[in-house]
Design a protein around this ligand. Sequence first.
Ligand SMILES: Cc1ncc(COP(=O)(O)OP(=O)(O)O)c(N)n1
Ligand SMILES: Cc1nc(C(=O)O)sc1CCOP(=O)(O)O
Ligand SMILES: [Mg+2]
Length: 235
Amino acid sequence: MTDFTDEELALDPHFADQFEAGFRPACQLYLISPPTIGDDFVDRLAQAFDGGDVAAFQLRLKGLDDDAIAAAAGPLQALCAEREVAFIINDSVALAQRLGADGVHLGQGDGDPKEARKLLGPKVQIGVTCHDSRHLAMEAGEAGADYVAFGAFFPTTTKEVTHHAEPSVLGWWTTLFELPCVAIGGVTADNAGPLVAAGADFLAVSGAVWNHPQGPTAGVAAFKDVLASKAPPPR
Ligand SMILES: Cc1ncc(COP(=O)(O)OP(=O)(O)O)c(N)n1
Ligand SMILES: Cc1nc(C(=O)O)sc1CCOP(=O)(O)O
Ligand SMILES: [Mg+2]
């Protein structure tokens, strides 16, 4: 286990760095893997990246243990590094540490963000699921998260969800806090307009890219216009 000093932990070279003094960059795409992947997935991921800018990629393989996910992760993590896309591991702080991932995403049952910070240090992005809860989001921010994720905004077949969020939570969050917020759950290029308009900093998408009828390149490209639909304020 690595122990970081308070000084090291106070350094904050995270996504949040772009968000200093109330400035928010344009909304960006945060790509989530399908829940299961085949041998051709590294090629499909490269195709997705060919479609346009992707800020982050989350490896979310449900039902596999850390060893199995680690075995799949190598070429995906290398591709992310080559394309300058942040490589985020879902659920497991231990796996994120083992792989030297750029970040970890924690659900409400996946561990304490404060403990994760102690283990992972100041440079690793920590994201936290907050469902539709302002309270959970403020708690995550206080615990040192680098972003908070709200959802599900729309029906999704990728995950069984029990919480439903409205775009107003994004507007509330971005008015009060500089910490980036992610909108997730059934997000498509066609329904994302209100999320971008409300202030989402990232759109987290899975099915809209991987199930796009013209393939993942078209799936990512389809988001270009909606992501650009709300220009960031001038510096
Ligand atoms: C960016 C992002 N937001 C939310 C989630 C959901 O996390 P969680 O609630 O832990 O559910 P699982 O993804 O683990 O099924 C996420 N993964 N990423
Ligand atoms: C992983 C995940 N978390 C959600 C939440 O609401 O926290 S919804 C979701 C599924 C995201 O995939 P798609 O873009 O295909 O709906
Ligand atoms: Mg989880």
